[in-house]
Design a binder for this molecule. Structure first.
Ligand SMILES: Cc1ncc(COP(=O)(O)O)c(C=O)c1O
Length: 350
């Protein structure tokens, strides 16, 4: 019963087969493999963006940090939600790759940036002349770090503001597939049609071993991105194995199918969690991840049975009154079986 993260799950067999097929013979290194040509074409077709620049890296942190750095001067600030991966879980990589640029944190319910708060943050940044950092790009996360979604209108409301100030908007799509499947929209609708300029398109959490695509809808900065990727030590020489993963992931919209499956798994789990006495779920999950407040006794039973998921704080004690609520994060990936989900629920319920 491992519900710790969607990156705790396995590779999808089709992705694994593609990696094995890619192992035959020789291929040119550093992204010059023939599979990458297919990946580029498939991403451009999927996103209906024939001119987009497309690159692969192995981690979401690299995708976010290198992309943001490409659009950030070292004297700029990047606007991000207070609860975002770039702020909380990348050990300062965006600031590091952007040569010491700053992050300005923006508030908003359910880890969604509030447009008015963003406007205020941008206005506040612009009012100190040479003494203050300058305005850099805005980054939003879809699905968010608490498992909620921006609607297409909410994305457009953010990008309308960034465009008004002449700024760019990045979308951290580590869970892009889950969001797209849940909204039932196209990749184009969730990105450039809603005003997004660049995307980190996740594969690792959704059936790949370690690959994320960076998509720059305006290819003007493509060469700069390539230089930053190499200089940042994220250009793989055996790149064909990244390409093979992403190629299989894009073929026949496997990414979307797996995202939908992970969401369906979460819906089943959620129904069970809601039936636990005393459970509180402040932000209704809209994709494949839930933050729930569950009674200590439920956690004690689950942990005793070997279940894996995160408690908050990490070192929350299982000793104490049974009914005290302890916050936790539970994530479903595409590979969870109904049996495992039902077992998790019956263990929590006792
Ligand atoms: C929203 C978000 N962005 C990016 C990442 C990618 O991180 P990593 O560098 O671990 O692949 C994650 C992974 O947890 C994430 O949740």
């Amino acid at each position: 019963m491992n519900f710790a993260s969607d990156n705790a799950g396995p590779m999808h067999p089709k992705v694994l087969d593609a990696v094995i097929r890619a192992n035959e013979g020789h291929q040119m290194p550093y992204g010059n493999d023939t599979i990458m040509e297919d990946v580029r074409a498939k991403i451009r077709a999927t996103f209906e963006a024939p001119d987009a620049a497309v690159y692969l890296v192995a981690t979401g942190t690299a995708a976010n940090a290198l992309t943001l750095a490409t659009y950030t001067n070292s004297w700029d600030t990047i606007f991000a939600h207070r609860i975002s991966h770039v702020e909380e879980d990348e050990c300062g990589a965006p600031e590091f790759y952007a040569n010491g640029a700053k992050l300005t944190l923006v508030e908003g319910d359910a880890a969604r940036m509030n447009p008015d708060a963003l406007r205020q943050a941008i206005l506040h940044t612009g009012d100190k002349g040479v003494h203050g950092v300058q305005r850099g790009p805005v980054t939003i996360t879809q699905a968010t770090e608490v498992g909620t979604l921006y609607s297409l209108d909410q994305i457009a409301a953010i990008t309308a503001i960034t465009k008004e100030f002449g700024l760019k908007t990045h979308l951290d799509g580590a869970r892009f597939a889950n969001a797209c499947a849940a909204l039932g929209c196209s990749a184009a609708e969730m990105t450039w049609r809603a005003g997004i300029d660049m995307v980190s398109f996740g594969g690792t959490k959704n059936g790949c071993a370690g690959v994320e695509a960076v998509i720059l809808f305006d290819p003007d900065k493509a060469w700069e991105f390539e230089l930053r990727r190499k200089r940042g030590a994220h250009l793989f020489s055996k790149h064909r194995f990244l390409s093979a993963q992403m190629d299989a992931y894009l073929t026949d919209d496997l990414w979307l199918q797996l995202g939908a499956r992970a969401n369906a798994n979460m819906a089943r789990l959620l129904a069970g969690l809601e039936s636990i006495d005393g459970a509180e779920i402040p932000d209704r999950p809209e994709a494949n991840m839930v933050f729930a407040h569950l009674p200590r006794a439920a956690h004690r039973r689950a942990m005793a049975a070997g279940a894996k998921y995160y408690l908050f704080p990490f070192d929350a004690s299982l000793e104490g009154p049974d009914d005290d609520l302890i916050r936790c994060r539970i994530v479903c990936d595409w590979s969870k079986s109904e049996t495992e989900i039902d077992q998790m629920i019956s263990t929590l319920r006792g």
